[in-house]
Design a protein around this ligand. Structure first.
Ligand code: ADP
Ligand code: ASP
Ligand code: MG
Length: 452
């Protein structure tokens, strides 16, 4: 390994799916000369841990035990397949015992707080990273040093918003300088998704947060490049699972890729690019299954700037319409309602207003907090429509191109559009449709704008 290399590589759940996947991923990291490898939980494990928390909390111990056994067997089986050395085997056993104890505690108390759930979920990444050290050591060449396990909670400092903790970047930088010495030859293997508060409580960054962890660590160690290795060969023109004609994009700007991630492209966690933009770190997205495939570079400056580069789709949206005559010729109404969203920590994606009403889109999950609608109804009549999907066209000069809206609506003729947002960004045009029509709309738009 080149000790001067500052490469951070992240491998997602499918890249950690089984021993063969881990070995393949480790070879990718070794060949590229990674300094810091950030891994997700093995595929399906985070979901299992969440279900475990729910089952234990609701008193279903037998189902909890089945899940505990399944997670235990999966990881011990992987340990056998990889030939994990005795010390790491002991570490795996300790982590699995910790999982049993937490589940038991949740069951006895019938209480799975967000704090308890974060510790439970953290076990996914803590287990997979112990396993990955063996794969990494097997992959490293004789002059590349050894792989060592780093507990991400020692460096990834966050606030105490369990379930979606916010990183404290200055502390992360300081802690990384202490724990990841620049001169040290060797590779550090650490966990994505998890962090800890000042007083040592385990936190998580929100689902899919390993990408964000990797970017935060890349920022903290002034990495030259951040690589995100996943199960598709780069960022595609739209979700390839949904549209087989989607094709991988060679290059995309930070701004476009940020919009794409925010508007639902699961390939990157929405916050991933923030640290990369702050330090101008190029990001590569590629397939660990097929590392030779071209992949995508995300950078500040790119050569071409097509009108529509990609399409994103954000499911499970609700449209909240607030109506009140108070808005007529008055000021301060929007300030009042945005204060309610702020107080309830709910983020609004798209918004339109008329004379006496305002409509906003939210993630469906925002309504789990009943207080939000109660507080809004103090100011206005509240109407909620659900089962909607937000579709976004991502590209360049979108708000300055004559005839674009006509082309969009010609392409989706016959599909009802519930709301449109155009003008705020030159990179984004989005609109809301019934969830049952969303895939068809994306396919038609893809045909019209991208397969040409
Ligand atoms: P990982 O486990 O590696 O983090 P994810 O499942 O979170 O992987 O993200 C990869 C998935 O993102 C792909 O399998 C693909 O279905 C989905 N996806 C959605 N939109 C896009 C897009 N525009 N380009 C590539 N993949 C996308
Ligand atoms: N394991 C976490 C999740 O499934 C984080 C990640 O994979 O990025 O959400
Ligand atoms: Mg992901």
């Amino acid at each position: 390994m080149n000790p001067a290399s500052r490469l951070v590589s992240k491998f997602g759940g499918t890249s950690m799916g089984d021993a063969a996947c881990m070995r393949r991923s480790a070879l990718v990291a070794a060949r590229r000369g990674s300094r810091l490898v950030v891994v997700s939980a093995t595929s399906g494990t985070t979901n299992d841990l969440i279900t475990l928390g729910q089952k234990a909390q609701s008193g279903h111990w037998e189902e909890s035990e089945n899940l505990l056994r399944r997670i235990r067997d999966r990881h011990l089986g992987l340990g056998d397949d990889l030939g994990v050395p005795p010390d790491d085997r002991r570490r795996l056993a300790e982590l699995l015992d910790e999982m049993d104890s937490i589940a038991r505690g949740v069951y006895l108390l019938r209480d799975c707080s967000t704090k308890a759930l974060d510790t439970l979920m953290s076990l996914g990444e803590r287990l997979s990273s112990v396993l990955f050290v063996t794969a990494m050591n097997e992959a490293l060449g004789p002059d590349q040093g050894r792989a060592s396990w780093l507990d991400a909670r020692e460096v990834l400092r966050t606030d105490d918003q369990f379930g979606r903790a916010r990183p404290l970047t200055e502390s992360i930088r300081r802690l990384c300088a202490e724990k990841i010495p620049a001169a040290d030859a060797g590779v550090f293997v650490t966990q994505g998704f998890i962090g800890s508060t000042e007083d040592g409580a385990t936190t998580t960054l929100g689902r899919g947060g390993s990408d964000y962890s990797a970017a935060l660590l890349a920022e903290a160690i002034d990495a030259d490049v951040l690589e995100i290795w996943t199960d598709v060969p780069g960022i595609a023109t739209t979700d390839p699972r949904l549209c087989p004609a989607a094709r991988s994009i060679a290059e995309i700007s930070f701004k476009e890729a940020s919009e794409l991630a925010t508007f639902g492209a699961k390939v990157l966690h929405p916050a991933t690019l923030l640290p990369a933009i702050r330090r101008d770190i190029p990001v590569f997205v590629g397939s660990s299954f097929d590392p030779q495939e071209r992949g995508t570079w995300v950078r500040r400056d790119v050569v071409d700037a097509p009108l529509v580069r990609a399409l994103a789709l954000r499911k499970k949206q609700v449209l909240v319409t607030l109506t009140t005559p108070e808005m007529l010729n008055a000021h301060g109404f929007l300030a009042k309602i945005f204060k309610v969203f702020d107080d309830n920590q709910v983020s609004v994606d798209a918004i339109t207003t008329s004379e006496i009403s305002v409509s906003l889109t939210l993630d469906e999950s925002a309504l789990l907090n009943r207080k939000l609608l109660q507080e809004l109804s103090r100011f206005a009549d509240v109407h909620v429509e659900d089962k909607l999907t937000l579709i976004a066209l991502i590209g360049n000069s979108i708000n300055h191109t004559a005839g674009l809206a006509k082309r969009v609506f010609d392409a989706i003729e016959g599909i009802n559009v519930r709301m449109i947002c155009l003008g705020a960004s030159k990179h984004n045009f989005c609109f809301l449709v019934d969830e049952g029509k969303a895939e068809e709309a994306v396919k038609r738009l893809h045909r019209s704008f991208i397969e040409v």
